[in-house]
Design a protein around this ligand. Structure first.
Ligand code: UD2
Length: 313
């Protein structure tokens, strides 16, 4: 049984990873301030230790690292919304960058034992530059505090491997969706917003003609791939796109949701959002070459998500 630390472990992606580990009888410590996550997202388990605390409390986190000497660390805690990062860049920087840097420094200075550390970066690092699919060597253009901090932390995480031999890996996630995604803000994932509108008979505000292209990735695939990367020696020191490699337009996604839910989405068509990216999808060959792939196709993932919402509403 290995010991895992998951920052942001009560959130959408973090809790999916935590629950998967708990199902496999691993020891999981979650630190989460519940600003976005929920305690109820986590399964009941004697192998779970839940700490409601902010990762910006460096002293607290350092003490925890010293005490527990985790085998694996997953840096998932973050201000997850680009819009929130624009509204409060200082808070975003403290959480998305400084808190992670503190962990890296503490591990380095104190030479703490570690099997692997993984950081979740974002496709946001690619910005609005032309050219798809994005590969890990494509130029980057981080346009917001969110993207700047994701990129900077990703670089720090990898440099701590190359310079100080810390076993680290990073992933750039593309449009993750699925159970427990929080639709609270207009900048939440579009699939969580569409499903909320369908559930509550609300009108969906569609920005643009619906022909924008994304790679929607089911959260359980994200969890499986990152746990696979943690155990993969060839992944250490590298960054990987994490998606399905399949693209879909927003219109195609809406067709699938309507088919799965047997409901018709009411749409209000509005002008494109400023700064919205028309085509965002990645080349997944680097990840796939390690034998790691997303397995859930869009229709199956949407059906699983819809069934979950119906069971939990
Ligand atoms: C995703 C990430 C963002 C960043 C970015 C990098 C999410 C939630 N956001 O932004 O953090 O990593 O990728 O490229 O994963 N839309 C509507 N109506 C709505 C909401 C959205 O029409 O109510 C449109 C939106 O304008 C966009 C598409 O749906 O064209 C997808 O929007 P999104 O916010 O889910 O994700 P994205 O790709 O803009």
């Amino acid at each position: 049984m290995a010991k895992y630390l998951i920052t942001g472990g009560a959130g959408f992606i973090g809790s999916t990873v935590a629950n998967l580990l708990l199902q496999n009888d691993q020891e999981v410590t979650v630190i989460d301030d519940l600003s976005m996550g929920k305690r109820d997202n986590l399964a009941d388990s004697s192998h779970l230790r839940f700490l409601k605390h902010t990762i910006t409390d460096h002293e607290f986190v350092n003490h925890l690292l010293d005490q527990e000497k985790f085998d694996y660390i997953l840096l998932i805690g973050a201000v997850a919304s680009v819009a929130d990062s624009i509204a409060d860049p200082a808070r975003t920087h403290a959480i998305n960058s400084e808190a992670n840097f503190n962990i890296l420094e503490h591990l380095r200075i104190n030479k703490l034992p570690l099997r692997a550390l993984l950081f979740i970066s974002s496709a946001a690092v690619y910005g609005n530059l032309p050219g798809v699919p994005k590969s890990e060597t494509s130029p980057v253009e981080p346009l917001t505090q969110y993207a700047v901090d994701k990129y900077a932390t990703e670089r720090n995480v990898l440099n701590y491997c190359h310079l100080y031999n810390l076993p680290t890996v990073a992933v750039r996630a593309f449009n993750v969706y699925g159970p427990r995604q929080n639709p609270q803000s207009p900048y939440s994932g579009v699939l969580s917003i569409i499903t909320k509108c369908l559930m509550n008979d609300q009108v969906f505000k569609q920005y643009g003609d619906g022909e924008q292209v994304r790679d929607f990735t089911y959260v359980m695939d994200v969890a499986n791939c990152i746990l696979g990367l943690l155990k993969e020696p060839r992944a250490i020191g590298e960054v990987f796109n994490l998606g399905t490699g399949h693209k879909a337009t927003l219109n195609e996604v809406i067709d699938i949701i309507e088919e799965v839910s047997h409901k018709k989405l009411q749409r209000q068509i509005l002008p494109e959002r400023s700064g919205d990216i028309k085509y965002s999808y990645g080349d997944l060959s680097k990840l796939n070459n390690l034998g790691l792939t997303s397995k859930v196709d869009l229709k199956t993932g949407i059906k699983k998500y819809w069934d979950y919402l119906c069971e939990n509403c």
